[in-house]
Design a protein around this ligand. Structure first.
Ligand code: AMP
Length: 191
């Protein structure tokens, strides 16, 4: 399998591009944000634990998130790989992911970082908030907090994979199609 982390701040386009990668390459797409939102909508215990953090734009605690992720990875059986979208977001999550994959003789092949300036991110998220129905897109303070959390807690994950020679940087500004092409160029070298 080819296992790729699609990385970047909120609004970088991870979700949109991960869906296209899923379809192009027959990968399993794991979006931890989507799994949390599904659980909130269905009022599960996991959803109840995650909701207050998500509404404030903070990270859901690592133990909750890692346990959930372990369950999702098991669904990759008939796929060519996994595209991780929104995970890992902390160093502890990155270590846990490496261990989980290692247990299955798998590994992360690349972290692909989508680079987008903050002003563009804020604009995109405010625009998305008009239609996404996401509470965390509807409030500019929450949007700014999510971007802040990315810099203080999440960006460090890049270094973890950079040290392993697995970091790839892609310009995340442009049309959806152009960005897909840039990502495909990177992924085609990995498979
Ligand atoms: P996203 O859909 O990736 O923007 O995630 C929405 C929200 O879900 C985030 O702001 C966090 O509150 C929570 N979340 C998603 N993925 C994670 C993760 N890997 N670790 C902690 N919290 C997460």
């Amino acid at each position: 399998m080819t296992n790729i982390i699609l990385f970047g701040p909120p609004g970088a386009g991870k979700g949109t591009q991960a869906e296209r990668i899923r379809d192009n390459y027959n990968f399993l797409h794991i979006s931890t944000g989507d799994v949390f939102r599904y659980n909130i909508k269905n009022e599960t215990e996991l959803g109840q634990r995650a909701k207050s953090f998500i509404d404030r734009g903070e990270l859901v605690p690592d133990d909750v998130t890692i346990k959930m992720l372990a369950g999702e990875i098991e669904k990759a059986d008939d796929k060519n790989g996994i595209i991780f979208d929104g995970f890992p977001r902390t160093k502890a999550q990155a270590d846990a992911l490496d261990d989980l994959l290692n247990e299955q003789n798998e590994k992360i092949d690349a972290l692909v970082s989508l680079n987008v300036d903050d002003e563009i991110l804020i604009g995109r998220l405010k625009e998305r908030g008009k239609t996404s129905g996401r509470k965390d897109d509807a409030d500019e303070n929450v949007i700014k907090n999510r971007i802040q959390v990315y810099y203080t807690e999440t960006e460090i994950v890049k270094d973890h994979y950079k040290q392993q020679g697995k970091l790839h940087q892609v310009d995340g500004v442009g049309s959806v199609q152009d960005i897909t092409k840039r990502l495909n160029n990177v992924i085609d070298q990995l498979i």
